[in-house]
Design a protein. Structure first.
Lengths: 350, 318
């Protein structure tokens, strides 16, 4: 088990013309499942590859178990990595693939066999040991890759989008398996993904990365409910947070925070009401999304499927949002401001 | 704006070539003619000649009285020079191919690494392949000249050649005048010639190994040698087979190197099947025996061709 830490780590390409990672400081907790979440090209994979030793940082330090590992080759870092493509050795059978790290470490044959059987048992691939990778399904390949990472009993697991090659159905169950697996072995895990559902569902903590910097790091709940800036607010959540400009501020709230006005009217001291001009409705079974315009901004409301909202185009409905659900951002910088209900109330004007 | 519909007869003409049954044969036609005229016809002729008694002076086959069965093959095989040529062909080919495989792997590994001037080095490595064989061999012929050889000159300056030196009192090595040296020279020129192609093929193979797999091997704790012998070389094996088959064919059937460099000498010690077929059939005028000698190449070439097709099919199936 180990703590992974990066200190002011930076990666530049083409002699500084392209900065992919900028001064990132991240520190894991021992045994943690940390997710690096961000859109493609944000630098999350580069960061992971630097931790793994496959790329050299331009500046900054990487520490694993309190040791600076910048100068160490990947094989000396006591890490295991699972790649997006799984990177199985196509000419070896499953057994050969799983045993390869053990062979490289010159572990004796009997111990090799014991550990291969153990890892294969954990991942339920004992019956596939003699197959070649090309004879396996995507899900089976992913388990072989995990088993290969597991046999070394590494200090840290680095996973680079290991589920992105699976179909949607398989992905959901793999997510569950992967998380249980990590929980069982309790090894510090850093997991890269661009999929917010994966990140929210699996991570103890999420680091949201964009443009080579960490925008926010926190538990899934922190990040969803208290986004640090408008990027995080709109990157997480589907549909994303609604942002309504008010002066030099943006008022943000989640689509599910919209409520229909109750019969007795709305208490304007604890909530804010909006007039939504409905444009389109998306029926999703248990709920529906109402797309509309609110003070000239495209806005989405997530409502119960039976909510009494005019579906027809141009229909108007008054909705309100609890003050506690409102988030205020600076319009210029996009950064979060401490919300002041008074400002919101006076600024509402409706 | 709508496009006016073409008149019906135009339409038929326009789509005539879209029909695969028309276009396919049409496009294949020149290639088929080429192969029949320049490969098929001579091959059939060679087979006919090999079983007949034709000579350069009288190359016509008039009827069954010209056919002599396996007599040519018997005569050819009873000839000591032929057996020498057969042995030389096999030995030269195998020895040079072993070196080519080893060197090509090393070169490909070096050239796949990043270093300054990589492009220039790649270009230089490929040069021998782009030179016409005859010109390249002529260059070697001069380099190995019995009097003016620059190699001898360098050896003399280094004190390796001349009185009281490692390679004897003579001022020259006489590379092409001594059997073992001449044979070695032929092998070296073959290596020099086929190495570039094999290297380029292997280089392509190396770059086709996914970066992820190399990264995984790195993370899995494999050092350079383990990665080389357990990951890279096994993954290169199919490509290596292709490179080897190509070089085998080129070396096995080569006429130019022995012909230009040594003319089969000294005393037929660098004679190979193709040169012997040329000397017997064309220079000696015995077309029938020349054809019979040349046909000895055929079984080997057929085996290689089958090997190539198998490889191609296997890579298609994967």
């Amino acid at each position: 088990m180990a703590i992974v830490e990066t200190r002011k780590i930076t990666k530049e390409f083409d002699g500084g013309a392209v900065k992919v990672v900028k001064d990132i400081d991240i520190k894991t907790v021992d045994g943690e499942f940390l997710v690096l979440l961000g859109p493609s090209g944000c630098g999350k994979t580069t960061l992971l590859r630097m931790i793994g030793g496959l790329e050299h940082p331009t500046s900054g330090q990487i520490l694993i178990a309190d040791q600076v590992v910048n100068h160490l080759p990947p094989r000396a870092r006591q890490i295991a990595m699972v790649f997006q493509s799984y990177a199985l050795y196509p000419h070896m059978n499953v057994k050969g693939n799983i045993a390869f790290p053990l062979k490289a470490a010159n572990i004796d044959k009997e111990e090799q066999k014991r550990r291969v059987d153990w890892a294969a048992g954990i991942l339920g691939i004992d019956h596939l040991l003699d197959r070649k990778p090309r004879q396996l399904s995507g899900g089976q390949r992913q388990r072989v890759a995990l088993a290969r990472a597991l046999v070394r009993e590494p200090n840290v697991f680095l996973l680079d989008e290991p589920l992105s090659n699976l179909d949607a159905q398989r992905r959901a169950s793999a997510r569950d398996e992967l998380q249980r697996f990590q929980h069982e072995i309790g090894t510090t895990t850093i997991y890269v993904t661009h999929d917010q559902v994966e990140a929210m569902g699996m991570g103890h903590r999420i680091a949201v990365i964009e443009g080579g910097t960490v925008r926010q790091i926190g538990t899934p709940r922190d990040i969803y409910e208290d986004p640090a800036d408008t990027f995080v607010a709109t990157f997480l959540g589907s549909p994303p947070m609604n942002l309504i400009p008010r002066g030099d501020e943006l008022i943000g709230f989640r689509p599910e925070n919209f409520h229909l006005a109750p019969d007795g009217g709305v208490d304007s001291s604890t909530s804010l009401s909006f007039k939504l001009t409905s444009i389109r409705e998306e029926y999703l079974g248990s709920e529906k999304l109402v797309y509309g315009e609110l003070e000239g901004e495209r806005t989405v409301a997530r409502m119960a499927a039976n909510a009494d909202v005019p579906a027809a185009e141009g229909g108007e409905v008054t909705l309100f949002v609890d003050n506690a659900d409102l988030r205020v951002f600076d319009r210029e910088s996009g950064l979060r401001k401490e919300s002041a209900p008074a400002t919101i109330a006076t600024g509402s004007g409706s | 704006m709508s496009i006016p519909a073409p008149a019906p007869q135009h339409r038929r003409q326009r789509y005539f070539f879209d029909n695969e049954r028309v276009l396919g044969p049409l496009l294949l036609f020149p290639a088929v003619v080429y192969i029949i005229a320049l490969v098929g016809f001579p091959l059939i002729l060679a087979v006919l000649y090999a079983f007949s008694d034709v000579t350069v002076g009288d190359p016509r086959i008039r009827g069954t009285e010209n056919f002599v069965g396996f007599e040519n093959f018997r005569d050819v095989f009873n000839d000591g020079v032929f057996r020498k040529a057969l042995r030389n062909t096999i030995v030269f080919t195998l020895v040079s191919q072993v070196f080519v495989i080893v060197f090509a792997n090393v070169l490909a590994l070096v050239l796949s690494a990043d270093f300054h001037g990589k492009r220039l080095v790649r270009f230089l490595v490929l040069l021998p392949w782009t030179t016409p064989i005859a010109l390249g061999v002529l260059g070697w012929f001069w380099m190995l000249d019995s009097v003016y050889s620059p190699i001898d000159y360098i050896m003399r300056r280094m004190g390796l050649l001349g009185p009281d030196s490692m390679f004897g009192p003579g001022r020259n090595m006489y590379w092409l005048g001594k059997s073992d040296l001449a044979q070695a020279a032929v092998v070296v020129v073959h290596i020099w010639r086929t190495l570039p192609l094999a290297t380029v093929i292997l280089l392509a193979g190396l770059s086709s190994i996914p970066q992820d797999v190399k990264d995984a091997a790195n993370v899995d704790g494999a050092g350079f040698w383990r990665q080389l012998f357990y990951i890279r070389l096994p993954l290169l094996l199919p490509i290596m087979a292709v490179a080897t088959l190509f070089s085998l064919v080129f070396t096995f059937t080569d006429l130019t190197v022995s012909l230009v460099l040594t003319r089969g000498g000294p005393v037929n010690d660098t004679q190979v099947l193709s040169t012997w077929a040329y000397f017997k059939g064309i220079q000696g005028g015995n077309l029938a025996q020349g054809a019979a000698i040349a046909l000895f190449l055929l079984p080997v070439l057929i085996a290689i061709a089958i090997g190539m097709l198998r490889l191609a099919r296997r890579s298609e199936n994967d």
